[in-house]
Design a protein around this ligand. Structure first.
Ligand code: 2IT
Length: 445
């Protein structure tokens, strides 16, 4: 048995019932096979064994009182995975599906993604099984304050800097930051994704969606193609999806679907103009289901399905893990899809990725394609440290160059290790080597 398959077996045994975590580790380890073959020092130093074990995992009780006066108890998590190249960095996810496996897969992915940005940030992730949907502002605030009353002692601007993820936007970050500041009596850059009047960076809100579009354009350019004139399907309707559509429209592409967990809207004319403005408000202000867009503009609503059945040139999953399975992948390829760009974290199952690779369509893996969000988070940290803020144009220019560089790094690493064109392997390898070398330099810690 090869070194990496033996290690994967040990990870599975040591972390039972954590399917998502096994999936994320397995995907990375498989692509590192040629790297450890060429560099036995990574095996001898136990760098891989160390990397798959979080430096620290915190699980805590989050008690709060709902509007009826009843005590509710949620579970809070923060997994501080790797600090070899910088303070732990990664979002907080508030969603009923959150458990140790989900947070560990996200934290593990974050190590490599953050490394690819070229900025000094380690990997971490956290969250809770709390569901902000359907809760009053008061309930969300009391939950966030209780969550932070425990988390504050584990984080800090030079230690661990959380941000948002699913279910955690400006409102939640505001409540958590307020509580942190009150307890610590310090105004410091301990969060990113903050509001613009209290330390946030211009361009952070747009960064993940815009970054995906920049990455996509770079990848297509290498093939002599572009987004212009392409038909695009997008799934999740939220922070990533809305700003992604904005940029795809700007690049001359046409986005024909947007959805949520209940179904999707199909608009053959493309979601643009008034429809996109309406969608932005739906997301940013009203938080109403995606169906509202179909009802308002008389568009087709497809209940209970995902948009991967719609013929497209480019498919961009923006919702959540494992939203494209093997069957959907076959359907996409059969319908002529030439490119899949992952905007959500681990949106394709292992089976789906295999279908994409076998059919040789272009595939932009999440760790590379969606790194724009955390990259601008790191720029927010820089601005906070300087007590200064850059213009939107400055941040946007940096984001564009970071995304271009990520494409180059992933593509060059793939060439170097004999898997040309395999950006999944290239991104994992390039992300890994930087962290692994830092760990080697710092001794067995
Ligand atoms: O998945 C991600 O990269 C994020 N949720 C953003 C993390 C961050 O620290 O900005």
């Amino acid at each position: 048995m090869s070194y990496v398959s033996d290690l994967l077996e040990r990870v599975i045994k040591r972390n039972p019932n954590e399917g998502e975590f096994h999936q994320a580790v397995s995907e990375v380890l498989e692509t590192l096979e040629p790297v450890v073959k060429r560099h036995p020092e990574y095996i001898e130093s136990g760098v891989l064994e160390r990397m798959v074990e979080p430096e620290r995992q915190i699980i805590f009780r989050v008690p709060w009182v709902d509007d009826q006066g009843k005590v509710q108890v949620n579970r809070g998590f923060r997994v501080q995975f790797n600090s070899a190249i910088g303070p732990y960095k990664g979002g907080l996810r508030f969603h009923p599906s959150v458990n140790a496996s989900i947070i560990k897969f996200l934290g593990f992915e974050q190590i490599f993604k953050n490394s690819l940005t070229g900025l000094p940030i380690g990997g971490g992730k956290g969250g809770s099984d709390f569901d902000p949907r359907g809760k009053s502002n008061g309930e969300v605030m009391r939950f966030c304050q209780s969550f932070m009353t425990e988390l504050f002692r584990h984080i800090g601007p030079d230690t661990d800097v959380p941000a948002g993820d699913i279910g955690v936007g400006a409102r939640e970050i505001g409540y958590m930051y307020g509580q942190y500041k009150r307890i610590q009596n310090a105004y410091e850059g301990v969060f990113t994704g903050k509001g613009l009047t209290w330390g946030g960076s211009l361009g952070r809100t747009e960064a993940t969606g815009h970054g995906v579009a920049y990455f996509l354009e770079e990848m297509l350019k290498a093939q002599g193609q572009s987004v212009e004139g392409k038909t695009v399907t997008v799934s999740g309707y939220g922070n990533v999806g809305t700003y992604l559509i904005e940029k795809i429209n700007e690049m001359g592409g046409k986005v024909v679907t947007i959805g949520d967990e209940f179904g999707y809207v199909y608009d053959p004319d493309g979601i643009r103009g008034d429809k996109l403005d309406f969608l932005m408000d739906l997301w940013c202000i009203h938080r109403k289901p995606a169906r509202t867009l179909a009802d308002e503009f008389g568009l087709k609503w497809v209940e209970g399905k995902r948009p991967w059945e719609v013929p497209c040139d480019i498919a961009i999953p923006t919702a959540t893990q494992n939203e494209i399975d093997e069957t959907s992948a076959h359907q996409l390829v059969k319908n002529g899809c030439m490119c899949v760009a992952e905007a959500a974290n681990m949106p394709s199952t292992a089976g789906a990725i295999k279908v994409f690779q076998d059919s040789k369509i272009l595939f932009a893996p999440a760790k590379a394609a969606n790194a724009g969000g955390v990259a601008v988070s790191a720029l927010e940290m820089s601005q906070n440290s300087m007590r200064y803020s850059w213009s939107f144009e400055e941040v946007d220019k940096k984001l564009k160059s970071i995304m271009t560089n990520i494409y180059r790094k992933a593509s060059e690493a793939a060439n170097e290790y004999g898997v040309e064109g395999n950006l999944l392997a290239g991104a994992n390898i390039a992300g890994f080597v930087k962290v692994a070398d830092a760990m080697l330099a710092q001794g067995v810690v």
